[in-house]
Write a protein that binds this ligand. Structure first.
Ligand SMILES: [Fe+2]
Length: 394
């Protein structure tokens, strides 16, 4: 649904920007003649830019589809800033020209240029910044009689790797090195390992080789997120119904090769039974074409509540239910902390706990900004991160 809304908004913006551009060519005397001669080329370019992301969304699985998907995402990275800037600057130009009773076409022409440069700089910066990974450190304390002998545990939380058409194996390899440098006791992967396809991955074995090199005393435990299913995307948003969103055998095989223990609504104990790790299916897309999953109460009812209960949950939801069921700490991803400005502000309007560590009642909520990116392959105003959480048991 979101994907289809985004598609309509994009096409309207594309037409708006194209009309403004043509107005400038038609109304500036020095470039008018060139404008007429090159109009066909420009219309061809507008059409290509409109069609490529749609081909990425709607073509059947093929290398060309995934090329279009990746190219479309890079175009969005620029256009998402360029389009609003052009439209706002042009509006301002028209108002100024009217107030001064001057011809407005030159001012509008300048506003095209004024929008282009900052949008280009921002998108290039965002592409570069999205490849950087920060290490953040947090500390929590959990009261649990059965874990007192353990004293403490270092957990590395990663999420939202978003391996797909715009990811790079080099970044994954750097992430693995960073994770191992923390000497973790436990590694938790809070979902969105893929971005809604497997076929778009170039060098999938290079990714799985890298990820299989992550080491922790008690292992690597993961859940799948809403993007760990095969579905069509436009600008990062799904245009497929949930009933067609399945985790494929290729995805499952890849996760096996990574050596992850996938917890699909499952609980197990580690450290000789001293700690319980629970993983939930995704709230919206558990991967079987339904939205069905166990409630926190059903999932945790058989767990030993004298052990610390650590829950991995992709989306930061149902905290009251998790708390009531006896969760000590819940580890989430999904929000990307908004990923790109102004998303880093808006995300807090839609999520009570969008990023960071919070303590409510007897439970810690840990939400990471994630490592990767989806849709436009940029980060602006947020950092890709791995989160190191030092847990003390009392
Ligand atoms: Fe994500």
């Amino acid at each position: 649904m979101l994907g289809k809304i985004f598609l309509v908004v994009y096409l309207i913006a594309q037409v708006g920007v194209s009309l403004v551009t043509e107005y400038v060519w038609d109304n500036n005397e020095p470039i008018k003649k060139i404008g007429r001669k090159t109009r066909a080329i420009r219309i061809f370019i507008y059409a290509i830019l409109a069609i490529i992301p749609m081909l990425g969304a709607y073509l059947p699985r093929s290398p060309f589809k995934y090329w279009c998907l990746g190219a479309g995402n890079v175009w969005f990275a620029f256009f998402m800033y360029y389009a609003p800037a052009v439209l706002i600057f042009c509006l301002i130009a028209v108002i100024i020209a009217k107030a001064r009773k001057k011809k407005r076409s030159r001012l509008i022409g300048f506003s095209l240029f004024a929008a282009f440069i900052p949008a280009l700089i921002l998108s290039v910066y965002g592409l570069y910044h999205a490849q950087q990974i920060k290490v953040t450190n947090e500390q929590i304390t959990i009261e649990a009689p059965n874990a007192q002998e353990l004293n403490d545990m270092r957990i590395v939380l990663i999420a939202d790797l978003h391996l797909s058409v715009n990811s790079t194996p080099e970044m994954t390899e750097r992430m693995v090195d960073l994770v191992n440098e923390q000497n973790p006791d436990l590694i938790l992967v809070a979902g969105d390992i893929f971005t809604s396809n497997y076929m778009g991955l170039r060098e999938p074995d290079r990714y799985s080789d890298a990820l299989s090199n992550m080491h922790a005393t008690y292992g690597v435990y993961a859940v799948c997120g809403n993007h760990d299913v095969d579905e069509n995307l436009f600008g990062g948003f799904s245009v497929s119904p949930i009933s067609e969103a399945f985790r494929t055998d290729e995805m499952s095989g890849f996760l096996d090769r990574c050596g992850f223990t996938i917890l699909d609504d499952e609980a197990l104990t580690i450290a000789d039974g001293a700690v319980t790790v629970v993983g939930r299916l995704d709230e919206r897309k558990p991967g079987d074409g339904t939205s069905d999953r166990l409630t926190p109460e059903e999932l945790l009812s058989g767990c030993d509540h004298n052990t610390p209960i650590l829950v991995i949950e992709h989306e930061p939801v149902e905290f009251d239910e998790l708390n009531a069921a006896g969760t000590d700490a819940v580890f989430c991803g999904h929000t990307h902390n908004g990923q790109v400005f102004p998303g880093n502000i808006l995300i807090h309007l839609f999520n009570e706990y969008a990023y960071g560590v919070e303590h409510i009642d007897d439970m810690d909520i840990i939400v990471t900004a994630g490592v990767g990116y989806y849709g436009p392959p940029i980060r602006i105003g947020t950092d890709g991160e791995i989160m190191v959480i030092d847990v003390s048991f009392e």
